[in-house]
Ligand binder design. Structure first.
Ligand code: PLP
Length: 402
């Protein structure tokens, strides 16, 4: 790989990374291949992947079902403009409706864009149904994306002073604190929006009872309930969608990450009573293109296969029990989460160090907080792979204690 002299002069990064804008610190490794739970770098070293593109590659790297769907659709039709229907777009919307019980879908390319769509739909609904109400109550420590509105909706403390001024209209309540939500409801309130499990914050679940109470409260007050299922949806927690654990249904739900299994694809899905966009209110060049929605269909069909979700539940229990053992052996603070979205409380601020040392030993693992490791493997991860991962973390934690 060569670098352009201009790019090299602009930074002091080593060849060949200088031409890339630095938005995160990356190890000097270049991945060239992936299969299932494994990645290989350009030197032929293998890595076990428990990040999977941040809970994106739900079927692992390069799964046969996705590769076949891409090959077939690429030879048939890639894109024909969102001004026209295409066959996979229709089929995927139907599949999402069938499994979620919601009625209509708007496709996007990223989770943030899906959440922007949800915010706009709620504001449009507020304009027509609630005398111009526009405020959406969101949660402290919530994460909804990196556009200006979704950063404003997020409750990430590190973002408080970033890219000011924020988009107004997102008062913050506390997760699992119904009173704090109730106190914020006023004449301008149109909706409450949250993640069933706060993933980026470090895997903090909304309690089932809190979600049920919120559903009841929003119904009573005539407000919309918006669930951001971008990380929890598409089988991640052992059910198709995270809200199923609480036995409730949202008015609007957003999906992303796993929906495309690695291809940029996200969606905003809503109950028919809320679908109030008029032509021209919402759109986007790549929305619902045939190629990505064909991949979405392949993903949904795999997850819907008999036994798939039951296996995710069993594998999740195995991972959880294995992490509990690790926690006991190394004086951790236990395990949080559901299905295959789990966190290990390390009980001390060594997360980034553990992740860096695990990487050297061939394991990709994420530390969303200084005291936490997050586990979001492929939904197809095997028990042997879990054992292998635990073995690496055992070694890393023992070395660090020595
Ligand atoms: N919402 C949640 C719950 C997320 O976890 C994320 C990404 O991590 C997003 C929204 C943003 O999605 P994207 O990065 O695809 O814009």
């Amino acid at each position: 790989m060569t670098r352009s002299p201009a790019a090299a002069a602009a930074t002091d990064l080593p060849d060949p990374f200088a031409a890339l804008m630095q938005i995160t610190s990356r190890p000097s490794v270049v991945f060239t291949e992936g299969r299932g739970s494994w990645l290989r770098d350009e030197d032929g070293k293998d890595y076990l992947d428990f990040i999977q593109g941040w809970a994106v590659n739900c079927l692992g790297h390069c799964p046969d079902a996705i590769v076949a769907a891409m090959m077939t659709q690429a030879g048939r039709l890639i894109n024909c403009s969102p001004s026209y229907y295409n066959a996979p777009m229709i089929r995927l919307a139907e599949l999402i409706s069938r499994h979620s019980g919601l009625d209509q879908t708007f496709f996007t390319n990223s989770g943030a864009e899906a959440n922007e769509g949800a915010i706009k739909l709620a504001r449009k609904w507020g304009e027509t149904q609630r005398a111009g109400a526009y405020e959406i109550i969101t949660m402290d420590h919530g994460f909804h994306g990196r556009t200006l509105a979704t950063m404003s909706a997020s409750g990430k403390p590190q973002w408080e002073r970033l890219f000011e001024p924020k988009v107004p209209g997102f008062p913050k309540a506390g997760l699992n604190d119904l009173d704090s939500v109730e106190r914020l409801i006023g004449p301008n309130t149109v909706a409450v929006m949250l993640e069933p499990i706060q993933g980026e914050a470090g895997v903090f679940p909304a309690a089932n009872e809190f979600l049920r109470d919120l559903r009841e409260l929003t119904r009573r007050e005539g407000l919309l309930l918006i669930l951001d299922e971008i990380q929890t949806g598409i089988g991640r927690t052992g059910t198709f969608f995270g809200f199923e654990h609480a036995g409730i249904a949202p008015d609007i739900m957003t999906l992303g990450k796993g929906l495309g299994g690695g291809i940029p694809l996200a969606a905003m899905v809503a109950h028919r009573d809320v679908c109030c966009f008029a032509p021209g209110d919402q759109g986007g060049t790549f929305n619902g293109n045939a190629f990505s929605t064909a991949v979405g269909c392949a993903v949904m069909e795999e997850i819907a296969k008999p036994g798939f979700l039951a296996t995710v539940v069993q594998t999740g229990l195995y991972l959880s029990a294995s992490l509990e053992g690790l926690s006991r052996r190394h004086h951790g603070g236990g395990v949080r989460g559901k299905g295959l979205l789990l966190a290990l409380d390390l009980a001390r601020e060594i997360g980034p160090d553990v992740a860096a040392k695990a990487f050297q030993r061939g394991l990709l693992i994420n530390a969303p907080r200084a005291d936490t490791l997050r586990f979001m493997p492929a939904l197809t991860v095997t028990r042997d792979e879990i054992d292998h991962m635990i073995g690496i973390l055992d070694q890393v934690l023992a070395d660090m204690a020595a």
